[in-house]
Design a protein around this ligand. Sequence first.
Ligand code: CTP
Length: 319
Amino acid sequence: EGELTLSRLMVNNSDKLLRKEGSALFHHSGTGWQINSSLALEIRKDILRFLDAERDVSVVKSSFKPGDVIHYVLDRRRTLNISQNLHSLLPEVSPMKSRRFRTCAVVGNSGILLSSGCGKEIDSHDFVIRCNLAPVVEFAADVGTKSDFITMNPSVVQRAFGGFRNESDREKFVHRLSMLNDSVLWIPAFMVKGGEKHVEWVNALILKNQLKVRTAYPSLRLIHAVRGYWLTNKVQIKRPSTGLLMYTLATRFCDEIHLYGFWPFPKDVHGNQVKYHYYDELKYKYFSNAGPHRMPLEFKTLNLLHNKGALKLTTGTCI
Ligand code: CTP
């Protein structure tokens, strides 16, 4: 088998893009972009050599029985018990089985979305993927409301729902999930120890309130396979961010992928401040090498793919 597509592109780019630092480099106008379908197809095939998103997007019921003990993916010495509730929420078959879309939006959570006016455009895609249960209603004009697939790190319970300490926190959470209808709720529950209590509470609330949301729990091999794909392409990430993971999965289901809300820089191209999240006051944390991600490096890679027509990044306004 030949060389992977992306690594070839990187070499041909002679590091020009990758050596320069700073966000000023990434000023790309929204006009003039065209999909390069054959490149997108090549990337889909390359990624399929590492993972099959249709399968790896979730474990299924038949993979475990209640009481099984598994090792955390990124913390092999620690274990997790597959509870009755968790088992009952595992899908019978992959929630993405046979689902194909012409255009998809992957929406990151950067403050770059504020005043973008991108809501309508985002909602016009056939399939919309969002991250970490980000709020939408109050920001609809800029981020849209459609959510066909939404991720939820267990830490979100603490960060955005007060650790479910009060009844009102739990109500707010149940309300948020009920708005999702039968969308996919993707919970990376097997990554690291620490969130198991939160995952159990979430599971209990879903069952108790008979929410329609379709739960999915990424396979134990997904993160290593995704990391393997990017490392093989000489993109030296540590742990892929949720946004990069979602792009990688989307290549399997979507012919054309549009990214919004990806901007891991504290300033925009004009030097104006950009919030880390469009919806809260969290500060930038992924610039030191101590953090788990390499978001600026990921962004440079996505920008290269944008320039080649493999995906479309929107970092400006949509009007
Ligand atoms: N993102 C970005 N620029 C930002 C914030 C987020 O490009 N300023 C992208 C990243 O790909 C990130 C995704 O949007 O993974 C979702 O954002 P967030 O919920 O903040 O993810 P984190 O919790 O920061 O990181 P992760 O869940 O990936 O560990």
